[in-house]
Design a protein around this ligand. Structure first.
Ligand SMILES: Nc1ncnc2c1ncn2[C@@H]1O[C@H](COP(=O)(O)OP(=O)(O)OP(=O)(O)O)[C@@H](O)[C@H]1O
Ligand SMILES: [Mg+2]
Length: 224
C-alpha cells in the first residue's frame, strides 16, 4: 500500500505577468517503510514538492494523500495536527531553540501534543541515545557541533513517532565527514524503526541509500 500518493500535482506561482510553473503534474506512489531520494538542480522545485507533501505549502492542482490523509481537502486545524503527528521534518538549518538543551528541544513536540513531561524527557533521551548523543543531553545548541545539532534535529523529527520523515538537504550545511556521519545515522535509524523517508538533496551519492531515487527536472519527476 502506498503511504504517499501524489496525483497530477502542480505548483504555479503567478507573480505579476509571470506564470511560473514549478511543478508540472507529478504522480507518485511510495510504499510504507521505503526510502525515497529526490535530487535535482537548485531551483528545480525540490523544497516546493517536499513542503507540499508535508502540508507546509498547498498544491495549485492535483491531490496528495499521506498515510491516508487527503491534504487537499483538510481544514487548517486538521493540517496543523497532521504536521505534528504524521510527518517529522528535518531541514538544512536545525531550527533548535537556543535556550533549550538538546533533550528539551527533542521533547517539546511531544510535550505540545500532551505527553507528560517525564515521559517526553525519557523518550527524548532514548532517541538522542539512538543518534549517538547520550553524552550531550544537557548541552545547549551553542555547545554542540554542526553535525551534533543535526543529529538532535533527526531525534526531534521522530519524537511523535510519525510514519513519515521529510528531510530537506539535512546535511547541506555540514562538511563532508560530518555529512556522512549524520546521513548514516539518519538512514540506519529510519530503517530500524520502519519509517518512510523522503529526502531531497543536491548530492547524487545519496541515491545509493534509497529504495527508489528520482530526479526533479522541468517540473517533472523522473526515475533515476
Ligand atoms: N513563494 C514563491 N513565490 C515565487 N516563486 C517561488 C516561491 N517559492 C519558490 N519559488 C521558485 O520556485 C522555484 C523552486 O524553488 P525551490 O525552493 O523548491 O527549489 P529547490 O529545488 O529546493 O532549490 P535548492 O536546491 O536551491 O534548495 C525557484 O525558482 C523559486 O524561485
Ligand atoms: Mg531547496
Amino acid at each position: 500500500m502506498a503511504i504517499i500518493e501524489l496525483q497530477q500535482v502542480k505548483k504555479v506561482y503567478d507573480i505579476g505577468p509571470e506564470h511560473l510553473e514549478i511543478i508540472s503534474g507529478v504522480d507518485a506512489q511510495w510504499s510504507d517503510g521505503s526510502i525515497i531520494i529526490i535530487t535535482g538542480e537548485s531551483g528545480s522545485g525540490k523544497s516546493t514538492l517536499l513542503n507540499m507533501i508535508g502540508a507546509l505549502d498547498s498544491v495549485t492542482e492535483g491531490t496528495i494523500h499521506v498515510a491516508g490523509h487527503p491534504l487537499h481537502s483538510m481544514s487548517e486545524d486538521e493540517l496543523t495536527d497532521f504536521r505534528s503527528a504524521t510527518v517529522g521534518f528535518i531541514f538544512q538549518f536545525h531550527y533548535l531553540m537556543k535556550d533549550f538543551t538538546a533533550r528539551e528541544n527533542v521533547m517539546v513536540p511531544a510535550f505540545m501534543r500532551g505527553m507528560n513531561k517525564k515521559d517526553a524527557l525519557d523518550k527524548a533521551a532514548e532517541l538522542l541515545t539512538a543518534v549517538g548523543m547520550e553524552n550531550r543531553l544537557d548541552h545547549f545548541p551553542s555547545q554542540l557541533s554542526g553535525g551534533e545539532r543535526q543529529r538532535v534535529a533527526v531525534a526531534r523529527s521522530l519524537i511523535n513517532d510519525p510514519p513519515v520523515v521529510l528531510a530537506d538537504e539535512p546535511t547541506g550545511n555540514l562538511d563532508e565527514r560530518n555529512s556522512r556521519k549524520v546521513e548514516e545515522i539518519l538512514f540506519q535509524l529510519v530503517r530500524s524503526v520502519g519509517k518512510t523517508l523522503v529526502l531531497v538533496t543536491h548530492d547524487n551519492h545519496l541515491k545509493e541509500y534509497g529504495d527508489q531515487s528520482f530526479i526533479l527536472e522541468d517540473g517533472r519527476l523522473c526515475e533515476g
